[in-house]
Design a protein around this ligand. Sequence first.
Ligand SMILES: [Zn+2]
Length: 141
Amino acid sequence: MIQQIYPTPYHGFKYELNKDMQVAAAHYIDHPQAGKCQHIHGHTYFINLTIGGDHLDELGFLVDFKALKQTVHDRFDHTLINEDERFSSNPPSTEKMAETIYELVETKLQKLDNRPTCLQVFVRETPTSYVTFRPKRQSYE
Ligand SMILES: [Zn+2]
C-alpha cells in the first residue's frame, strides 16, 4: 500500500528524491467540534517527502534516506502525537502534521552543504483522507 501516486510539485531542480514511510501513532483533537476525534485513537500514517536540489554530497546523495526517516519516523512512530513539543499549542490535525513535518525536515536540510530543500510533504491519515503541504515560494531558481 505504500506504493501510490502522489501529487507532483513543480520545480526546476536537477534532482528530486522521494522518501516514503509509515508511522503508527495516536492523537486526539482537543476541541468540542472535533466529535469522536476528541478521543485518543490511532492511525497508520503514510508519509511521502519530496526533496529537490541541484547538488549532491560527496557520497552522491541529495540527502541520505536514513536521515529523513530518523527526522520523521523516529520522532513520531508509536507516540501520542499530542505529547510532542511541536503540538503543545497546535492541534495534531493532518494539516498541522504535514506542516510540522515540513519544518522539521527543512530545518535538517538547511544544515547540509549541498542545500537540498523540501518541496512537498504528503500525509495520508486514512485510506480516504490525505493532505499535501507545500511551502509558499516565489521561485525555485
Ligand atoms: Zn485521527
